[in-house]
Design a protein around this ligand. Structure first.
Ligand code: FO1
Length: 314
């Protein structure tokens, strides 16, 4: 079945988002897919500008992602980190030798005045990636997590503290002065369908929507969200824990409720088929399908199912 050549924009962050972004890239012509990526995880570390979610999406699309972790590169070496550790340097954030090249070259280009959008395009071209990968904004936005032990910068919360502290609120420093890039605005305006990938709604999707003008631009087009919660659990990361800590029931239905007013469709995994009537009662069109992506074939199958059901309405 040839997938209709829809113009699709995916909103993605984290490992789950990158997997569906890759699935969409497997079934769509490259010029018909744009991925708008969360940059709220970005931070400066060892003098480097690090954009984890952009790299996770890029590496996934290029087929060089580390299959075990989902982030960083495959076939990695760790001599840099071994040597940093030997010097007594900060070793809480692991930078592989190949991954390090991305951070060094990105940092140098940013220092030369290139925008994050431009640098991302250059890196994607070098990696042979066809679809457009766009940072949500060229201005800095930094996710900060209020917890029982105080406010933590994102990577301190996510990596250093392993998401352990109970979160009470999440905010996006710099969002008020950030703007969607012209490339993001154009992609959204031309989209036949916007796919909210199975990323953490609070940590990966909310930062994107927090950029002024973004929510309205997304809302103006047909939107489908894919649940990152399957059977009351997150496939990876703290989404389920945060749902509970931020006062929601820990279920795919809570995520559907969270996207009411933004999405017209919602994708549930087969294990959550019993929630479909309640999702439809929220006014969302529910699609029940296999949504756990362990292989490229499963990524492509989920992308195809989403496009077949929601692409037509686009
Ligand atoms: N996540 C970890 O849990 N531990 C790490 O040491 C780590 C290093 C790392 C290096 C590069 C990169 O692009 C991502 C990395 N991540 C690591 C994941 C990172 O914390 C991302 O922000 C998460 O994937 C959430 O989006």
């Amino acid at each position: 079945m040839t997938t209709p050549s829809l113009s699709v924009v995916a909103l993605a962050g984290g490992v789950g988002g990158a997997k569906l972004a890759h699935g969409l890239a497997l079934v769509l012509p490259p010029e018909r897919l744009t991925i708008v990526v969360n940059t709220g995880d970005d931070f400066e570390h060892l003098g480097l500008s690090i954009s984890p979610d952009l790299d996770t999406v890029m590496y996934g699309l290029a087929g060089v992602a580390n299959p075990a972790t989902g982030w960083g590169r495959a076939d990695e070496g760790w001599r840099f980190m071994e040597t940093v550790r030997a010097y007594g340097g900060p070793d809480w954030f692991n930078l592989g030798d190949r991954d390090l090249a991305t951070h060094v070259l990105r940092s140098e280009r940013l220092r030369q005045g290139a925008s994050l959008t431009t640098v991302t395009r250059e890196l994607c071209t070098a990696l042979g990636i066809g679809p457009r990968v766009l940072p949500m904004s060229d201005e800095p936005v930094r996710t900060r997590v209020d917890t029982e032990v105080g406010e933590l910068a994102f990577q301190q919360y996510f990596v250093a503290q392993r998401c352990a502290p109970r979160a009470t609120a999440i905010r996006f420093a710099g969002a008020e002065t950030a703007r969607p890039s012209p490339e993001v605005r154009r992609a959204l305006a031309e989209a036949d369908l916007i796919v909210i990938c199975p990323s953490n709604p609070f940590l990966s999707i909310d930062p994107i929507l927090a950029v002024p003008g973004m929510r309205a631009a997304v809302q103006a087009r047909p939107v489908v969200a894919v649940s990152p919660i399957v059977g009351g659990q997150a496939i990876k990361g703290p989404a389920a824990k945060l749902l509970g800590e931020l006062g929601h029931d820990v279920s795919a239905l809570s995520v559907a409720r969270y996207f009411v007013g933004l999405a017209a469709g919602f994708v549930l995994d087969t294990v959550d088929a019993d929630l479909a009537p309640a999702v439809e009662a929220l006014g969302l069109r529910a699609l029940v399908t296999a949504s756990v992506m362990r292989t490229d074939a499963e990524r492509a199958a989920l992308a195809t199912a989403v496009l077949e059901v929601f692409g037509r309405s686009g």
